[in-house]
Design a protein around this ligand. Sequence first.
Ligand code: ADP
Length: 489
Amino acid sequence: MAVNGVSSDSSPFPVEHALLYELLVSELTDFVVVLLDPGGRFASWNPGVQKNLGYTAEEVIGQPSSILFTARDREAGIPEQEMQTARENGRATDIRWHLRRDGSLMFGEGVMVALRAPDGSLLGFSKVMRDVTARKQNEDRLEELTEALRQAQIIVRSPDGVIRFWGDGARRLYGFSEAEALGSTSWELLKTESPLTPEDLRRILATERTWHGEVRNCRRDGSRVIVRIDAVLRQVPSTGEQVIIEAATDISELKRAEESLLRSNEDLQHFVYAASHDLQEPLRMIRTYSELLSRRYGSKFDPDADLFVRRISEGANRMETLLRELLAWSQSSDGSEVPRQQVDMNEVLSAALSVLQHRVEETGATITSDRLPVVLGHAHSLAQVLQNLLLNGIKYGGDDPPRIHVSVRLEGEGFWQFSVHDNGVGFDPGDAEKIFRAFTRLHGAERQGTGIGLALCRKIVERHRGRIWAQSEPGRGSTFHFTLPAGSQ
Ligand code: ADP
């Protein structure tokens, strides 16, 4: 008879024992239970072989047990060594990777026992094994995580500050060894300067569970380090005690770079302000004296001299515009908060239009608008934005008279998106970003400008926490979009 593929004839046991054995092992589907003949070939099979290794009885019986070993183990003679150990010591335990039928790996934990007849002669081997791949993977993962934790700049401490875990990352960052750190109070060890007192932090963590912020800590050598802290409050499952896990990121370099950028920005702004302000005086002299010249001596000028003096005046006027815009630009970024008032954008548009009235009439431009909403901001600077965008729509017009439309739509998260669309010459989409840089001009001297208008618009919009960008194609008009925080209607 044959149960589960075991032929009674080939079994080394008396028939009735073999039957009992087969019934037993057929139930053990989570275990691989097999008999090997003295030469190490499979003499039996149980459903666990199929479930764990993928082999049917026909495929496995008569095959050498080495088919379950990885090529490396086979080359190293592990199958023979295992039988040798079982022969000599009665049993051999193993825990290693095994090969499934489909070539995948199974981490198995097993024991092989040498089976002997009463006279001591070797009948074969029994082998019982179980799949512990998941456990192995969990262990490996845990090991990786523990290592990552050790390497990360992580401190675990109790709510009263006593350091419980101090990995290599923390040692590298602060210079204190594990022995020095464990058991000491973190803010005493690191002389922490934080916007929060330890009690404040405890209170926040008790309600919020997390806290993110910047603190200044002291290294072992006394140097200061600015770190960003991400702290979470957790309960240790086994003991129920609460711990604070703090991950620290060294942002000292970033802070230094930020501060120096801020300083050089301030210097630059100061320089631009001083230069544009101080240049106004000599400019006024040029204008005054060229006017005086033409008034007093104009009648005596020949046509050339007349033209030259006129050119001096025009140059001076142009320079005055440039200095005025430069001043506006440098002052627009003095870092102060924009006063947040309710501003009706219809009124802002009217103000901008009245400044542009002359240009509109001169060019026959048509300017239309949706009904505009109320925003939060500063009316005068917002009028400057609309004025610049509308003036550009006129200045960079094509062959037809300029047609400009101001539209608006609600953007998510409490912002309005305004769009100023014109029918002008347009520009290459690849230039859409760079035209917002100061002094960047795409169109030549035939269209007057300083290249500051859009840079000023960007500063104003960003100070309102909005964004500004442009879309265009040569010959197909341009659209300038900007967003502003919505006010109450
Ligand atoms: P300016 O107009 O004084 O040159 P801006 O900063 O306002 O300075 O604009 C920068 C450049 O962007 C302009 O010189 C022009 O080449 C391009 N530009 C701006 N607005 C438009 C527009 N509506 N259509 C086409 N080009 C534009």
